[in-house]
Design a protein around this ligand. Structure first.
Ligand code: PMP
Length: 436
């Protein structure tokens, strides 16, 4: 590729200078695999960016997109509509947890987070409590990069370039405890961390807090799985104090934890649930927020005549995305993808935990078809060990992700035993090869 082609693009979340000196490029994909422009095969252990849950280039999805593109390229959804949007919404409502049946379309996870926060604020205002404006996130939380999600998010590096962000925000502590090292699925210790919400209620006053937003399993900050009882406790405290609970299911949605949404796996239902990624199998961008009936009714029925929620995107409910979502949900239903993920989860867990004795591995965490392998950084050089492992894997035909010094794995849900073996063998060799 000519050098000037690489130069024009300012790449997201990328060390542009070093990347452009040695670019890693993918130009084709199918099933569990990518290929580089030179034709080298790369096994996808990350489902793209935690999003291609049904595997790559599914014909049913690409054909639905093509069909729609040639019949309805675009239709506005402000004061107008098109049939695919209503069909997609009702299909999504068919897989969201019971009671979360009102679907608002966005185009990404970040937009879904900001939309959910705004709906929470609008709800309290419509409910006669306009003073409830405080938003509570969590340390090490990731809710995208728009101002709302960034403000409730808890990743210092993502925030510090951009000034004070939203005021009136506070954070719960994260749930990563050293005593839980090498836990399998939900760790035992840490339910009491949810009590920090009581502390924030005492500090700020219960009637000032609008919502708490958490990822059921925090993905981007290194796979943090909620301790046993933790989400239940958050739910109970929110109920007690009239605070809305928002689950950011952008990663955990669409079968990744062996159930359509993590809410079901953990037996805890939020008031608002955000989704994106797996919703269209990532073939075209789309996100959505599922809201409870009570929230929808309060906002819509208490509003004066006319528009009830002053919010929306030009591409909310885009026809191509709706077609992709419907086709994706067909695949999830027909191939029983959540159940398939659940069935292979024990083998996956054993395989990833078999890496615990490799050099530099200090913790391994897993939830559904997600795993995080935390490494001791080389002295004084954070993230370098993980970056070297990632490059070694890529050179040897395996795509993994790293977040600081944690390796994150989230393969497509169509994963089979042979893929698990390949992932663990290549990754194990890469970990062993990475010495200071
Ligand atoms: N929320 C969570 C939990 C995520 O993991 C992500 C993306 N990794 C987002 C929000 C943001 O999604 P997007 O990049 O589509 O804006």
């Amino acid at each position: 590729m000519p050098r000037n082609d690489l130069d024009a693009a300012w790449m997201p979340f990328t060390a542009n200078r070093s990347f452009k000196a040695a670019p890693r490029l993918l130009s084709r994909a199918d099933g569990m695999l990518y290929w580089t422009p030179e034709g080298r095969e790369v096994l996808d252990a990350t489902a793209g960016l935690w999003c291609v849950n049904a595997g790559h280039n599914r014909r049913q999805i690409t054909e639905a997109i093509t069909r729609t593109a040639t019949s309805l390229d675009f239709a506005p959804t402000f004061q107008m509509g098109h049939p695919l949007m209503f069909e997609a919404a009702s299909r999504i409502a068919g897989v969201t947890p019971p009671g979360l049946d009102r679907i608002f379309f966005t185009n990404s996870g970040s937009e879904s987070a900001d939309t959910a926060l705004k709906i929470a604020l609008a709800y309290h205002r419509a409910n006669g409590q306009p003073q409830r404006t405080m938003l509570i996130g969590r340390e090490r939380g990731y809710h995208g990069i728009n101002f709302g999600g960034l403000s409730v998010g808890g990743i210092g590096a993502n925030r510090k370039q951009f000034g004070p962000l939203l005021g009136n925000v506070d954070h719960l502590p994260h749930t990563h405890l050293p005593s839980n090292r090498f836990a399998r699925f939900q760790p035992e210790h840490g339910v009491e961390l949810a009590d920090a919400l009581t502390g924030l209620v005492q500090l700020h006053g219960a009637d000032s807090i609008a919502a708490v937003i958490v990822e059921p399993v925090a993905g981007s900050t290194g796979v943090l799985v909620p301790p046993v009882g933790y989400l239940e406790k958050l739910r109970a405290l929110c109920d007690e104090h009239g605070i809305l609970l928002i689950f950011d299911e952008v990663i955990t949605g669409f079968g990744r934890l062996g159930t359509p949404f993590a809410a079901e796996r953990f037996g805890v239902t939020p008031d608002l649930l955000t989704m994106a990624k797996g919703l269209t199998n990532a073939a075209v961008p789309m996100g959505a927020v599922a809201a409870s009936e009570a929230i929808y009714r309060t906002v819509v029925e208490n509003a004066p005549p006319g528009i009830e929620l002053f919010h929306g995107y030009t591409y909310s409910g885009h026809p191509l995305a709706c077609a992709a979502a419907i086709a994706t949900l067909d695949i999830h239903r027909d191939e029983e993808l959540p159940a398939r993920a659940r069935a292979i989860e024990p083998e996956w867990r054993e395989a990833v935990h078999s890496l615990r004795d490799r050099p530099g591995v200090v913790d391994i965490r897993d939830a559904g078809l997600i795993a995080g392998i935390e490494l001791e950084p080389f002295a004084g050089r954070p993230a370098e060990r993980a970056a070297r492992i990632m490059q070694h894997c890529f050179d040897n035909g395996l795509l993994i992700r790293t977040t600081a010094d944690t390796i994150a794995l989230s393969p497509p849900l169509i994963l089979e035993r042979t893929h698990i073996d390949r992932i663990v063998t290549t990754l194990g060799e890469a970990i062993s090869a990475a010495t200071a």
